[in-house]
Design a protein around this ligand. Structure first.
Ligand SMILES: [Zn+2]
Length: 461
């Protein structure tokens, strides 16, 4: 815990609301000051770009970016040989090597360009939920540009706006006391934003969350998908009523069709999924037709097969991104660790931004059978398990799977047998399955939920 965090944790709740609002003033300027409106206009205009427009846009910006990488960024200057640099300067992305997380984790500043040193860049840290925390460096314009992107392609596509009162589930430690009796949120009066704590959400605290929505007349929700899903379950189970909401825009975790219908029932509005990363290497959002469009003005997205060649539509491959919008710290052909596939069908909305048919999972979420078969979406075993509130699958070895479950009343041996059966059905009867009822499933340091943790996937891929 840093100095400021310690100070914050010692304040009474009313003072914490105040601090959040004062801090909110600074963030408001950071997010929506300067050229923000101009950036919004740019994204809005490009919404209707044709495929040819996008091709021209990509060529121009990619060439500029790769030129900077080859000449101004210490990592690429050192790591790329003369031929690679020549390919970069000619804008031939496909001839450049892929970039892993490790070099960024160990020396993030080596990716910052030399010719634009800032005394105080903005620094954001990824959660490290995958074991590889990364520091990213931004200038203020890039950050505002990223907010404009979310306004245009997430909020407005969902018929809402960051100027409307909203609630957010994020990794911010707004309630430092784990034993707190509530409230489990802090209110930023400047943006009329409720910051919910994902760490305190339980059946017995759910009504506090709902009453915060009423009290502050919240109109839309954004943030962690799993937190909103759990809150939705509690709302339905307990017959709680939410105020009229316009949309839920989820981030972070993947939304399954089951989660979506539970949320739409409880919140009585549509759910829109946003697919992005903390390092903002990629951005995709859901249009009115429910399709996930990537934003080519944010970056180039590639989906590659095991030979490194582009996948055909409907073929699963690894996601590799080159962010065009961030030119202070440059990530070129960055391996996100996600698996996804392109859609073969154009979207009826008429936008020519490429459509991701499905984000299949993360590479480290892949569960591997003793015979080598690989499966994503393994947490599907929890579908239609009425006595399980939350479940997590941990692959400890090729032969052993531990299933942690938070159960409701009525859970018994038949449920355990059913889980064991479902796992063995997928991986074979040789697999030893341990079902472990627990009181809660630990979140990552930033409050995210991981449905699957595999200790063998990385070696197997
Ligand atoms: Zn569309």
């Amino acid at each position: 815990m840093g100095h400021l965090d310690r100070l914050y944790s010692q304040l009474p709740v009313w003072a914490q609301h105040g601090v959040v609002s004062i801090y909110g003033l600074y963030w408001y300027w950071l997010r929506f000051g300067g050229n923000y409106q101009q950036y919004v206009k740019g994204f809005t205009e490009r919404d209707r770009f044709t495929t040819a427009d996008w091709r021209a846009f990509r060529q121009k910006h990619l060439r500029q970016l790769l030129h900077i990488a080859a000449t101004q960024v210490p990592y690429y200057r050192k790591d790329w040989d003369a031929r690679t640099k020549a390919a970069a300067i000619e804008g031939r992305l496909e001839d450049l090597p892929l970039l892993d997380k490790e070099p960024i984790r160990s020396a993030p500043r080596a990716f910052v360009r030399d010719d634009l040193k800032l005394r105080r860049p903005l620094v954001f840290h990824t959660s490290g939920s995958t074991g590889t925390p990364i520091a990213t460096y931004w200038n203020i314009q890039e950050f505002r540009n990223s907010m404009a992107l979310r306004e245009v392609r997430s909020a407005r596509w969902a018929n809402v706006s960051f100027s409307m009162p909203r609630a957010t589930f994020s990794g911010r430690m707004v309630e430092p006391n784990p034993e707190s009796q509530g409230p489990y949120y802090r209110f930023n009066a400047v943006e009329r934003q409720v910051y919910f704590s994902p760490f305190h959400l339980r059946p017995d605290t759910a009504h506090f969350y709902v009453s915060a929505l009423h009290k502050h007349q919240i109109q839309w929700l954004t943030g962690y998908a799993v937190s909103y899903y759990l809150l939705a379950k509690f709302i339905t189970e307990q017959g709680l009523r939410v105020p009229p909401l316009k949309a839920v825009v989820t981030t972070s975790e993947k939304v399954t069709p089951g989660m979506r219908s539970v949320m739409e029932l409880a919140y009585r509005c549509r759910v829109y999924e946003e697919y992005s990363t903390v390092e903002n290497a990629l951005f995709a959002s859901e249009c009115e037709y429910g399709r996930l469009h990537t934003s080519p003005d944010w970056g180039v997205v590639e989906i590659l097969n095991s030979d490194g060649a582009p996948c055909e539509p409907e073929q699963v491959g690894q996601v590799v991104t080159t962010c065009l919008a961030r030119t202070y710290q440059l990530f070129v052909r960055y391996r996100l660790g996600d698996l996804a596939m392109w859609d073969s069908q154009p979207c009826p909305c008429g936008r020519s931004m490429p459509v991701i048919k499905e984000v299949v999972g993360r590479i480290e979420d892949v569960v591997v059978g003793p015979d080598g078969r690989q499966m994503v979406r393994f947490h599907g075993i929890f579908v239609n398990q009425p006595h399980i509130r939350e479940g997590q699958i941990i692959q400890e070895s090729l032969e052993q799977i531990r299933v942690k479950v938070v159960v409701t009343e009525g859970f018994d041996d038949a449920d355990i047998r059913d889980i064991v059966h479902r796992v063995q059905q997928r991986l074979g009867v040789r697999v030893h399955v341990i079902v472990e009822p627990v009181s809660e499933i630990a979140r990552t340091p930033t409050g995210k939920f991981r449905a699957v943790i595999s200790h063998v996937a990385e070696q197997a891929m």
